[in-house]
Unconditional design. Sequence first.
Length: 375
Amino acid sequence: MSVVQLEPTRDSWDDRTVAQMLGLARSRSAEDRQRLLLQVTGLCETAAPPPSLAPLLADIFLTLTAQAERDIRLALAERIAGVDWAPPALVNMLALDEIEIARPVIASSPLLKDADLIRLLIEATLEHQIAVARRPGLSGAVCDAIVDRGEAVTMTALASNRTARIGETAMRRLVDQSRRVAGLRAPLTRHPRLNEDLAQELYQWVGQALRQSIGERFRIDDARLNAAVQQAATVAVGTPEWRPAPNSRLAENRERAEMERRLVDKLQAAGQLRPGLLVRALREQRFELFEQALVVLGGFSDAQVHHAVRAPTAEPLYLACISVGVDKAVFASLLVEVRKLSGGLPGGGGWTATPMNAHSAARAFRQMMENPAIV
């Protein structure tokens, strides 16, 4: 590519300047066309073009941009990204170009409307979608479109955009998505549109460092958290009444339990068995895997875990989980998933999520399981 030297531009749109532009536009030289493109852009930066020249400029820009080399398109995108006089068709053309060219236009152009941005979400690459999600002052309509698409990296970019005007419904959906998309959690804790109700819900899914961050902004009420968990469980599973599987399913259940036991044994032998497997197993609706992992992690018997899961109160299961390293705040969400898969058990009898270390919880659990009939 030959290097195009940008000639000094005149500071007004006089007849001589327009005549020079028309002469360059008639030239078949690629160098002349590139010079024209940059000269027009440079002149526009010093003085907005008169309305009478708008059709001519639109034709020049669109024709020459389509033929220009990459470096010229990039220079043009950077120079017109923030102006309001560029032809909208040109701005949309550049916004659909390769991402390095499109990024400054997507980020800054006032000529890109909501419909244009939503079109990029539908038609352009994932990198273009991320650029849209990061655009300052993003409207609620575009935020909704991003959440509707459910793309993890794009939603994470949106959550990191503190100027985005995310509506309460969209923010609630992002918080709900944070259960499966861990990358959403940190930016959501810092987003100015996170309110106290949503912070209470988000608190269940995040780690200790992020809980501290939430706690600095909002008051997290343990009693309220437990009440929310209980209500969610009631809605999810209805009447908390556990029934054993029919006889026709017993053999299948035993076979599945044996498969999960072998998996847990392999993980334990490889040093890969972690408390996080309990949460993952429940989210994947693998209840037998949850029980077998809890048995091995805690060194408990099958009967002890069986009674804890099916007790009239959640206290035994709470002690068992805390003893193997499950965080107190995580247990609230874990309990919801257990009740979904076990017919509503453990029951909703009174209990208190008492803070205690793993050793004390294990000791209390074993003492309680010495006579599980009274639990």
